[in-house]
Design a protein around this ligand. Sequence first.
Ligand SMILES: [Zn+2]
Length: 293
Amino acid sequence: MESPGVPSRAAGQPRNVFTVDLEEWFHVCGVGGALAPGNWDRLPSRVERTTRVLLDLLSDVGVPATFFAVGWVAERHPGLIARIRDAGHDVGSHGYAHQRAYDLGPDAFRADLRASVKALETAGVDRVSAFRAPEWSVNERSLWALPILVEEGFTLDASMAPLRIVGDLAYPRAPHVRVTAAGQLVELPPLVADRFGQVMPMGWGWGLRMSSPRRVIRVIEAANRSGIPAVLTVHPWELDDDPPRVRLPLRLHFAHYFRLAGFRERLHEVLRSVPFARTSAALQGAIRLEPIR
Ligand SMILES: [Zn+2]
């Protein structure tokens, strides 16, 4: 075991991690109305078309990804899951019904998790061991989710964002081990950056779409110099050339529609400029034993 807080140098320069939250454009947490779960089957599906765009892009740059798939999507698009696996990518769970962990509570969270695993197994995924909660919703309101994940056979969680609105600024920015009552779990945080006295989501969402590829690459390289693999995350709907427009509360509207134009090209430039590896390979020698509050 390496010393606490000191990354192993044996693995050389860290390689980075690319992840995808595989969901439909209408999988938006906490909104009712037209996008309420009861209406999902009546809304136009875009996930096959937009994921194909993403798979082509990843194939072009030779980047392996971990797709955190919504079980509801896997159930309706098993062929898409097969295509993702045939392309050599890993598949984990993004829950079954795309609900926030703290909205579900422990029992419903476990049931939703099991339903997602069942849907993924039915779609041909052998062993589901990686999880990301919708909207980074494992935080101080839902730390009970971590031992449940261990009990259900998961070894990796990527749900805790070191960011104020959806997570906590105090959360570590490097991959680390979380010790729970049920055993250990590797926690894989998404890339953030300090800008203008604030912490912003440099590796995902509006922060990744807003920033120039050069700036994103610089932040990734700085993380790598500190021994930290950067974790990037996108959604297929961010690569939609004609996304369905719906009325959303301001914060969600920004998160969903801000600067989609040209994102595919900016992402392409980032992906071909820094080294990526499968999540398991990128984590070798990069997991820290951080003291957790
Ligand atoms: Zn999601």
